[in-house]
Every structure is written in C-alpha cells, then in structure tokens.
Design a protein around this ligand. Sequence first.
Ligand code: ATP
Ligand code: MG
Length: 327
Amino acid sequence: MTSAISVSELTKKFGEFTAVNRISFDVEVGEIFGFLGPNGAGKTTTTRMLTGISSPTEGRAQILGHEIHSFAAKERMGVVTDLSNVYNDLSAWDNLIFTAKLYGLNRRKREEKAAELLDLFGLTEVQDNNVREFSGGMKRRLTIAMALVNDADVLFLDEPTTALDVQSVKMIRNLILHLNETGTTIFLTTHNMAEANELCSRIAIINQGLIGAIGTPENLKLAMDKMHSVEVAFDRIPETLVSDLNQLSSVREVQKRGDKYKIFTLTPAETLKELFTFSQATNLELMSVNTLGPSLEDVFLELTGQEIVHRGESQTRMHRRNNGGGR
Ligand SMILES: Nc1ncnc2c1ncn2[C@@H]1O[C@H](COP(=O)(O)OP(=O)(O)OP(=O)(O)O)[C@@H](O)[C@H]1O
Ligand SMILES: [Mg+2]
C-alpha cells in the first residue's frame, strides 16, 4: 500500500548550516506520526519541506505517492503552521469561506464546509465574531479547521498545542484523535513527550537535523519510566558520596551536576526514604531535594546514547555515553 508520507534522504541547508540532514522515514495511512524534538531540531524546517512551502536542498518526499511539489500532493494535504495564518480582521466564518475559495470550492460547498467545520470545532456560536477577539485556543482551532477545508487526507500540524491553556490543549488533542479516527493521517510536531505518548502511533525523535530514534509510544514510555530522578544537594561532599549513593537499593545511576547529584530511579518515593535514612546515618545534611520527571534530554540519551545539544551550544558536549542504541 502507498505510504501517506514517504521521505528519502531529505536535506535542508541554509548556507553552510545543515538544518535537516538526510532524514528518511515512512508514515503509513491512518497513523498519527509524532515528530518530537527540542527547539531548533529541524521540525518546522521538515514540515515546511513536506508541505511544499520550502524546497529541499537534497532528497525527495512524496505524499500518497505524489511528489511534494505537485498539485496532486497539495490537493491531498492540509497544513497548520506554527504561526497562525488566520486573518484577524475577518470573522471565523469569513476566514473559512475565504480559504474555501482559494481551494476552488463552489458557493454551496463553501458554505456547507464552513458550517460543518465550525460545528466540529465548537465555533458556531462565535462564527460572526471578529477573530481579533478570539482566545489563543479558539484561533488555533480555527487554523486547524481552515487546514481541513479541502478534506485533507494528510494533515500536518506544527506544535498545535504550544502556548495554549490546559482546556484548549485538551480540546485540540481530542480533535486530533477524532480527525484520525475519521480517516485523516496526521503528522504532528511537538517538543512535548507526554503529548507524543498520548496521541501518536509512532514517534520519531529528531535532534540537530537527524532522526535519533523511531519507535512506538511504548518504547518512549519505557525510557521515560527509567528516567525519573531525584536531585539532591548535601552540606558536605565526602569522596565516597557517589559510590555510597549507588549502594542504595532503589538507585539506578548517579550523576554529578554542579554541586548537586542527580539520582536516577524507577521508584522516586523509595529513593526519598532511602535518602533520608542515608542522611541521618552519615550526618550529611540534605540542603535541597527535588523529584524530577523525565526530560526530553534524558530520554533521548537513554534511547540513543547521544546527548541533545541545543543549537548554539558548544558542539564539544556531544559525546556517546555508551554503545547501546545509537544510529
Ligand atoms: N530560514 C532560515 N535561515 C537560516 N536558518 C534557519 C532558517 N530556518 C530555520 N533555521 C535554523 O534551522 C534550525 C532548525 O530550525 P527549525 O525551525 O526547523 O527548528 P524546530 O525544531 O522547529 O524548533 P522549535 O521547537 O523552536 O520550533 C535552527 O537552528 C534554525 O535556527
Ligand atoms: Mg518549530
């Protein structure tokens, strides 16, 4: 069966700088495919290439078997960019009608589609209001609705929930699931692991323009479970501190971070108990204790053996921690 999205050696350079570096992957029809990565990883650049907004420097990609720049590909896809493309001076209704005109729908179809999408996205009541008065969440819903005017089979969403309130995030995630259940293949970029876990059938993790890992949410969840940690600081630092902490039965690994120690554990509550006992037994005073959820950086390192380096930071920090995983 033809893939919804097929990507081969796709590359984007800006001058000397390689923003996306020979990435290859396939997204099957019916999937919600997550494209997860930190700031500057290349998510938007990839989305812009796949939706024909910018040209690849090298490589190729197809949407449902059609080359990305073809009319046939454009006809089958919808895109929600990270910048909202709604017209603030128009009403929600007029925004949808305007978009439908661009797609060449006749008047009856335009009005039918606008009414259907306003209903689906819970915007019927405010359809005549100027978009300028909309909340961020309402605007984002309208943007997604506009991307669906042409009955897109493949929908690209670039960070659809970023900077929204909890209520709007929930609503948009439910809409994404609903659209997928009714047949839309979804390509979703996010830097939020929980979101990728909740929504996606498969997740690619991108770092510095390269795909470090592709897997199911289960793989990601397993890695996340391993990456809970407790960060502590003591009033004194005996030479044997790291090895002593490693002796505690709930501790998986100890890393020194400045004057603090990051203790990885599967059971943070157990580790906390052990730390208090340890502190009493050794007369070391606990100056600070924080339990931390898994960070994208820790999970990426666990999955690939590589560190996420935020672009702009020194590249010399890149190192392979172990031989496990990796490309
Ligand atoms: N037009 C451009 N010219 C030069 N460099 C660019 C351009 N667009 C993006 N970049 C660079 O390419 C890299 C990838 O950017 P991109 O916007 O794709 O990242 P991203 O993963 O979407 O990040 P974010 O989570 O911040 O949205 C960044 O280092 C960025 O500065
Ligand atoms: Mg982006």
